[in-house]
Design a protein around this ligand. Sequence first.
Ligand code: GLV
Ligand code: MN
Ligand code: MN
Length: 413
Amino acid sequence: MPSIDPKRLLSDLRTLRSIGAQGIGVVRPAFSAKDMEARRWLAARFEEAGLETRIDGVGNVLGRSRKAGRALLLGSHSDTQATGGWLDGALGVIYALEVARALVADSASRDLPLDLVSFQDEESRFLGCLGSRSLIGALTPEMERGAADKDGVVLADALAQAGLADAPRLRISRERYAGFFEAHIEQGPTLDDSGKRIGVVTGIVGLRGIRFAFHGQQNHAGTTMMARRRDASAALYELAQRINQEFPKLAAERSVWTMGRLKLEPNAASIVPGYAELDLQFRDAAEAQLDAFTEAAQRIVAEMNARGSVRIAATPARAPIAPTQMDDGLRSHLEAAAEKHAPGKWMRLPSGAFHDAGIISACLPAAMLFIPSIGGISHDFAEDSREEDIVLGCQVLADAVAACAAAAGIRGL
Ligand code: GLV
Ligand code: MN
Ligand code: MN
């Protein structure tokens, strides 16, 4: 079985962390100068590992084995949240690189074709999982048209700025790959709280979003009597409160919803806001649950619109994500490797975060491995994992990949 090199693994993770580092966190949003610098650094590492590497027209870094024949695909994403942690995405990309190097050094698995990927914009600066959607041909012109970040920068301009406007967009072919493995930090507390060191993901939540736009009348905050106001912010607060009242009545055990972004115009203490926006996001493992939340939100909006003071328009987010199950066959290799290296210290669990593996699973068998996040903290500078868990997770992945290849009869030609 292949042996990973813990020093090389940790050193590469720290180098990637240094690109865009701010304090203990990382600021490397998709297509930023730091993101592109990291992608060029990764492309050079993939080349050093013997892979033919390209950065495609949406910024995916794809390293292709020079061996022909059926292959496995490994990776994750290297973009971060606007204020992100150092391991979200980066862990899975550097694991993939280290596994590829470990396999080449192992006589039994050196001929295995292994391709590596760092997907672009998993973190939704413009469009969640943009890179993986593009690679499977699921990125539609409608999704891209008008896609903008929270500061109003449009995707087409970001692509041009990053020098990608004319680069070809790559597609992955079902014929080439026997499957896709993604490793990631858990980003929640389940493993850490239960003292387990490895998680094998059963399924990934689905996600939908709605943007509410509130159209009122901007006016003077001292002279406009309350009964006369058409206050966009008052309608926003009412809608938010009603969602927080109604959704718990419908919620399943792991349903979650978040109103993480709002905008008031003109956002001044002495002006009744004339316009406001609120983004609602909700997640669950069942489509029926997501339907129930969608219908509840629509009903509340219809009731409020019937009163007629502030007009509310509700627009579904451009890139929903469907709930997915991981592939049983690939999972069994992760489970066997976890039991070998961490007997009794691993568990199966669902993912409340979405991942590129969920998108890729529409095209290829896919599976995911988690390591614990200390205190369950992620999407924050404080995100961290224990060094011994980082090393263990990579060795488990290497064994699972080698075993999966053997079982699928994969060998390079
Ligand atoms: C992915 O980053 C998510 O928000 O789940
Ligand atoms: Mn991630
Ligand atoms: Mn993330």
